[in-house]
Design a protein around this ligand. Structure first.
Ligand SMILES: [Zn+2]
Length: 323
C-alpha cells in the first residue's frame, strides 16, 4: 500500500483535523485537541483517546480482541475442517458488479471497515486494483489485511476521500450502525459507492460484540441517503435454518465444554441444509426469511428516500391485516 497517499487523507478521529508525523506517532495539528496516536508494527492506531469501548493500548500488543485464537490443537483442527454454515454465492457477483462500476475512476480509493480478513468474494474487487489505487482495510482487530486500526463510529479520514466504502458483515457488530453509516457517507466522494452486507436471521456470533439485525427494509432505511443500485438476499432461508438448528442444539448447553461439542456437532450434522439456498437466494419469498441482506448504493447530491417510498419498495408477501 502507498503510505504517502494514505497520509494525505488520515485525520484525527476526535476533531477531524489533520495529523502530522511526530517521531513514531501521529499528532493532531489542532491546538485545542492535541491528541496523539501510536503506530504499532507500521499500523497507525487511530482510536480516539476518549473512546468508551476501545483503548489505544489494547492495540499495542499482538493479542486480538475480536477474533479468538485457540491454543488447543484439536479445536484448531476442527475449526479448520468445519464446513461453512452459510451458503453465499451472491457476494462474488456483487463485487464483480462493483468492479465494473468503478472502471474509469483513476486512481480508485476504497475503504473497507472490518477488513482485517477478506470478506466473501472481495478478491474479485481486489484483483482489478492497480499500483496507483488505494485500498485501506481498517478494523478494531489485527488480521492479515489490517492497515489502520480505527473505530467505524469515528472514521479517521477526511470528508469525500473514497470512491467506495465497504461494510461487509460489520454493522451488526457496532453499537450505533446509523452513526457508522453517517461516517461512511461523510468519507465518500459525491457519486461514490457504498456496499454493505448485514445479517437478518442469524444468531449471536462474535460473542459480546454482536448487537443488531435488520429486515430488508430496515437495512434499506439505514441507507436512505443513498440511491439504490441493487439490494437483496445474501444467503437465504436454508442458511438461516442451519444456524437455527445449530443454535437449537447449543441452547441446551450449560457449560462451555457442552456448548463446544454441540456447536461443532450441529455444524457437521446440518451444514448441508444450506444448499437449499442454491434456489432460495433467488426467490421472492426469501425477502421475509433470509439469513442476511446486501445494499449497494450511490451517494447523490440531495437524494433522500422518503419513508413512503421505503414502504412502497417492500418485495415480500407478508401483508398487513387490512389488505
Ligand atoms: Zn484532534
Amino acid at each position: 500500500m502507498n503510505l504517502s497517499s494514505l497520509e494525505q487523507i488520515i485525520v484525527c478521529p476526535c476533531c477531524k483535523n489533520k495529523l502530522t508525523k511526530d517521531g513514531g506517532h501521529y499528532k493532531c495539528t489542532s491546538e485545542g485537541c492535541n491528541s496523539t496516536y501510536p503506530v504499532f508494527n507500521g499500523i497507525p492506531i487511530l482510536i480516539n483517546p476518549h473512546n468508551d469501548l476501545f483503548e489505544q493500548k489494547d492495540f499495542e500488543t499482538e493479542g486480538d480482541i475480536f477474533f479468538k485464537t485457540y491454543s488447543n490443537p484439536g479445536i484448531r483442527f476442527l475449526k479448520r475442517i468445519q464446513p461453512d454454515i452459510t451458503y453465499n454465492n451472491v457476494s462474488e457477483r456483487n463485487y464483480a458488479d462493483i468492479a465494473s462500476l468503478l472502471k474509469g475512476e483513476k486512481p480508485i480509493r476504497i475503504l473497507v471497515l472490518g477488513g482485517s480478513v477478506d470478506g466473501v468474494g472481495i478478491t474479485h474487487l481486489k484483483n482489478i486494483l492497480k499500483e496507483e489505487d488505494l485500498l485501506v482495510e481498517t478494523d478494531v482487530s489485527y488480521g492479515p489485511n489490517t492497515t489502520v486500526i480505527c473505530d467505524a463510529h469515528e472514521i479517521p479520514f477526511a470528508d469525500e476521500s473514497f470512491d467506495l466504502v465497504i461494510a461487509q458483515a460489520v454493522l451488526e457488530h457496532v453499537l450505533d450502525p446509523f452513526l457508522c453509516v453517517r461516517e461512511m457517507n461523510r468519507v465518500l466522494k459525491e457519486n461514490g459507492l457504498i456496499y454493505a452486507e448485514t445479517p437478518f436471521m442469524q444468531q449471536v456470533h462474535g460473542g459480546k460484540y454482536d448487537f443488531m439485525r435488520f429486515t430488508h427494509l430496515g437495512h434499506r432505511r439505514m441507507f436512505r441517503n443513498f440511491n439504490e443500485i441493487n439490494s437483496g438476499v445474501i444467503a437465504g432461508a436454508g442458511s438461516a435454518l442451519v444456524w437455527s438448528l445449530k443454535y437449537f442444539l447449543t441452547s441446551f448447553a450449560n457449560s462451555k465444554k457442552v456448548d463446544r461439542v454441540l456447536s461443532y456437532g450441529g455444524t457437521f450434522l446440518f451444514f448441508w441444509v444450506k444448499y437449499f439456498d442454491l434456489i432460495l437466494n433467488k426467490t421472492r419469498g426469501s425477502i421475509d426469511a433470509a439469513s442476511g441482506f446486501y445494499f449497494l448504493g450511490r451517494k447523490e447530491k440531495g437524494y433522500l428516500l422518503s419513508d413512503k417510498e421505503l414502504l412502497a419498495s417492500y418485495r415480500g408477501f407478508r401483508y398487513s391485516a387490512e389488505e
